[in-house]
Design a protein around this ligand. Structure first.
Ligand code: UD1
Ligand code: CA
Length: 455
C-alpha cells in the first residue's frame, strides 16, 4: 500500500464526488453494478468506507434513475441523480449545485473501484496541497492487462499531457502501460468552470471527465500524477473483474486475520467477510467459509469444510469438520458442534455437545446438554416455525425427532429413536419407540425360508 506522506495541510477542506450512475452493462446483470458484492459488501460500500475514513467535508454520490437500492446504501450522503448517462464528465456536473461555493479540493472517485484505500485518497489530496501549482492530479497505475483502461499520454519530460480512452487512442497511446485509475482530484474553483468546456467529440459520444487534463494543460497549467498499485485500482466492469477483486480482497482479509493472531492452516482456501471478527489464537482449517456477520471468540477451532454465516461463537468452541452454522446461531463457551450438523437460529449453551449428523433449528439448548447423533428438531409444520427448548444437562438419545413446539426439562433423558411430541419434565426419562420383540430361533427360520425360495 502507498506510504502516506506527512499531511501538513490537512486543513484544506476536501469534498468527494462518487460516480455510480452507470448500470454496468458488461456485468450482464439486473442489479446495478455497484451493488455487486466483494467480501460480502456491495462495491459502493467499500468505496464509501475508504472515502469516509479521510473525513471529507462533503460527499456527493451520483446515481442513475431508478436506482433507489443504490440510494439506500448511500443514504448518509448527498445523492444526486444523473437522468441521462452522458459520460463521467456529465456525471460530475450533476453535483455542481450541491457543491456551489465549496472552497477546497474535490476528489472524483468511481463506485466501481472497490479496492481503493483511504491512504491513496489522502495521497492524492496531498499532491494538490503540497504543490500549489497543480490544478488537478491524476491517479495512474500500471495494470497487468491495460486493455479497457484510458491511457495516460505523457510528454518526454514525464509530465501528463492528456488521458485518452482506449477507443480514441492512437497506436502510440496503446503502447503505454500507464493507465488512468479514474481517481482524480481538482481545485474546486477550476473544476466546474472547466467542465462546461468538455465536448463529446469521441467515439462514444460521451462527455469525458478525463478531457479536463488536456484542457488544463492547454491553458498552461500543471497536472500532478500519482502512480498507485494495480491491486488497489482495478475497475470492475465484468464478472471476471469482480472475481479478481474478490480474490485480492480475500488476501487482504487473510493477512489481517493472521496479523491479528489467527492461524489459517491453508490461507488460500479460507473465505472471509469484511465484518468477520476474530479473537486470539483461533485456528481455521482448510476450506472454511465465513459469510457475513461472524464473530469468533478466543481459542476457537473451526475445522475443515465448515460454512458459517450470521454466527457468534464464544471462547473455546470447536466447530466441524463439515458443520453448517446459519444466521441466528449463538454458541456458548466450550461447546462442540461436530460433523454434518446444521444449526439455525439457535442458542447452544456452555459445554453442550452436538457432535454428529443433527439439525437444530429455532431452539434454545441449555448448558452441558448432549445431543445424540441424528437428532432433528422438527421446527416447521409446513406453515410456521416453532421453538424447541432443551434444559441444562438433558440427554437426547440418537436418532430422535423433537416435534416443536416442545420442551425437554433439565436433566431429562430422551431414549434413542424417539419421536417426541409432548413436553418432558425435568429428570424424566421418555422413550417413544415400539417395544422390542424376541422370536427364539426366528433368524434361523427366516434364513431357511430364503434358501427354499431360491431353489
Ligand atoms: C473510466 C475512465 C478510464 C479509466 C477507467 C478506470 C473516463 C471517460 N474513463 O472508464 O479512463 O481508465 O474508468 O476504471 O472517465 N458513470 C456515471 N455516469 C456516466 C458514466 C459513468 O456515473 O454517465 C460512472 C460509472 O457508474 C462508473 C464510473 O463512472 O462508476 C466509470 O464509468 P465506466 O463506464 O465504468 O468507465 P470506464 O469505461 O471503466
Ligand atoms: Ca469502469
Amino acid at each position: 500500500m502507498s506510504k502516506v506522506p506527512k499531511d501538513d495541510s490537512s486543513d484544506t477542506p476536501l469534498a468527494v464526488i462518487v460516480l455510480a450512475a452507470g448500470h454496468g452493462t458488461r456485468m450482464q446483470s439486473e442489479l446495478p453494478k455497484v451493488l455487486h458484492q466483494v467480501a460480502g459488501l456491495p462495491m459502493i460500500d467499500h468505496v464509501l468506507d475508504s472515502v469516509e475514513a479521510v473525513s471529507p467535508a462533503k460527499v456527493v454520490v451520483v446515481i442513475g434513475p431508478n436506482m433507489e437500492d443504490v440510494g439506500r446504501v448511500c443514504r448518509h450522503h448527498t445523492i444526486v441523480v444523473q437522468e441521462e448517462r452522458l459520460g463521467t464528465g456529465h456525471a460530475v456536473l450533476q453535483a455542481k449545485d450541491e457543491l456551489e461555493g465549496f472552497v477546497g479540493n474535490i476528489a472524483v472517485i468511481f463506485g466501481d473501484t472497490p479496492l481503493l484505500t483511504a491512504d491513496t485518497i489522502l495521497l492524492m489530496k496531498q499532491t494538490l496541497d503540497n504543490d500549489r501549482k497543480n490544478i488537478l492530479a491524476v491517479l495512474g497505475f500500471k495494470p497487468k492487462i491495460p486493455k479497457g483502461y484510458g491511457r495516460i499520454r505523457c510528454k518526454i519530460d514525464g509530465t501528463i499531457e492528456a488521458i485518452v480512452e482506449e477507443l480514441d487512442a492512437n497506436s502510440e497511446d496503446l503502447k503505454t502501460t500507464l493507465c488512468n485509475s479514474g481517481v482524480m482530484i481538482f481545485r474546486a474553483e477550476v473544476m466546474f468552470k472547466e467542465l462546461v468546456n468538455v465536448k463529446n467529440q469521441n467515439v462514444k459520444g460521451e462527455y469525458y471527465l478525463t478531457d479536463l487534463v488536456s484542457l488544463v494543460r492547454d491553458s498552461g497549467e500543471k497536472v500532478g500524477l500519482v502512480v498507485g498499485l494495480p491491486d488497489e485500482l482495478q475497475g470492475i466492469n465484468s464478472r471476471m473483474d469482480l472475481a479478481n477483486a474478490e480474490s485480492i480482497m480475500q488476501n487482504r482479509l487473510r493477512v489481517r486475520a493472521m496479523a491479528g493472531g489467527v492461524t489459517l492452516i491453508d490461507p488460500g482456501t479460507t473465505w472471509l467477510s469484511m465484518d468477520t471478527i476474530f479473537g486470539k489464537d483461533v485456528t481455521v482449517g482448510p476450506n472454511v467459509f465465513l459469510g457475513k456477520s461472524v464473530e469468533v471468540g478466543d481459542r476457537v477451532e473451526i475445522k475443515a469444510f465448515s460454512h458459517l454465516e450470521g454466527v457468534k461463537l464464544s471462547n473455546d468452541v470447536v466447530i466441524g469438520p463439515f458443520a453448517r452454522l446459519r444466521p441466528g446461531t449463538v454458541i456458548d463457551s466450550g461447546a462442540k458442534v461436530g460433523n454434518f450438523v446444521e444449526i439455525k437460529a439457535a442458542h447452544i449453551g456452555r459445554a453442550t455437545k452436538v457432535s454428529h449428523l443433527s439439525y437444530i433449528g429455532d431452539s434454545n439448548v441449555g448448558q452441558g446438554v448432549n445431543i445424540g447423533a441424528g437428532t432433528i428438531t422438527c421446527n416447521y409444520d409446513g406453515l410456521t416455525k416453532h421453538l424447541t427448548e432443551i434444559g441444562d444437562g438433558a440427554f437426547i438419545g440418537s436418532n430422535s425427532a423433537l416435534v416443536a413446539p416442545i420442551s425437554v426439562g433439565e436433566n431429562a433423558i430422551v431414549g434413542a429413536g424417539s419421536v417426541v411430541t409432548d413436553d418432558i419434565e425435568e429428570d424424566e426419562l421418555s422413550v417413544t419407540r415400539a417395544e422390542q420383540k424376541h422370536l427364539k430361533g426366528g433368524a434361523k427360520r427366516w434364513r431357511g425360508r430364503r434358501s427354499t425360495d431360491k431353489s
